[in-house]
Design a protein around this ligand. Sequence first.
Ligand code: SF4
Ligand code: SF4
Length: 379
Amino acid sequence: MESPVNPAPALVHNNAPKPPQKIPPALRRQLHPPRAVSRFARWQWRLKYDSQFLRLHIQIAFAILVLWIGIEFVAFVHWLESGGVGPVPGRPPGVEGFLPLSALISLKHWWLTGSLNLIHPSAVFIFLAIVAIGVLLKKSFCGWLCPVGFLSELHWKFGRMLFGGNLRLPKFLDWPLRLIKYLLLYFFLYAIVWTMDVRDLTAFIYSPYNQVADLKMLRFFTDLDRTGLIIIGVIALLSLPIKNFWCRYLCPYGALLGIGSLLSPLKITRNRERCIDCELCTKACPSSIKVHQLTRVHSDECMACLACTQVCPVKDTLDLKTRIPAQRVPAPVLAVLMLGIFVALTGAAMLAGLWQNSISAEQYLQHMPRLESYGHPGR
Ligand code: SF4
Ligand code: SF4
């Protein structure tokens, strides 16, 4: 069910392409804050009605949070490298958000044994929060919270400034490349969900390799070899002309959330009768979805970024809506729901004492000199 059509102004839709019409004032959306108000009131107006302004604030806040976690973790690792000189700086549990495979293994182990291990417990709750957001609120995690997604977005926006536009790959390249992230996801799911039994899972979880997975991850980035540098450099370079290169083609997390998002009750919904076919929505879409041709966007690539709804010049024509009943979900509501799910699941873990891991600072100190010798238990 779509929202009722305002019958007064004549914006009749037909299927043939037509030039953009003049929009009657009654149907025009207000795209900018009123001029004759204070700066603070304009800022408030934009937070409420400009989804991209609100999204940018949330992306920056989340990036700062991740940066803060990174700084704390680096301080902890420096303390370990010094052999434990001085007071122990706290290890931030949030760093486990970057261990999704460890989370998946712990989750399956939890499912099969009924008990959650405390090697990387916060990884599990962060993973659950992200998947819950994906299933309920589409891939909004990618478009609003993920720091890598934010970095990708900054890259293509910078590329647009540099080259005067972005490159859209032809379908014969785009489709097979989009498959890569699904193949990576399939590989991980097959290796973990299908093949590992309780014995394998337990062996992996309590292996020294998994216990120091966070330290090894940091080492990987601080001691990048030439191959690693070339791969990261190529991805960064390709991310300038091609929108969201990493997210669209390579990120298995994005693939998982894309599949989950198909179940989401929220969809970008276009009112065909009111639409004037200006195609602004399609031009604004970073995922190259032909929004102006669809009644509902079901694509696994839609990140609920709301860039399309923001540019639509006609009131009540393009919105994020629930399916049944068709209820509009404004950007601030989406943001509150998203952050609410994240805070609820991670907060519940904290309250239940399942946030901090069980590895003591002394155990970390013992692992530290042997870090390089720890290999993957399956190899
Ligand atoms: S369809 Fe709209 S909400 Fe979805 S990715 Fe494109 S611009 Fe963003
Ligand atoms: S839905 Fe898209 S094509 Fe239709 S009026 Fe809005 S921006 Fe223009």
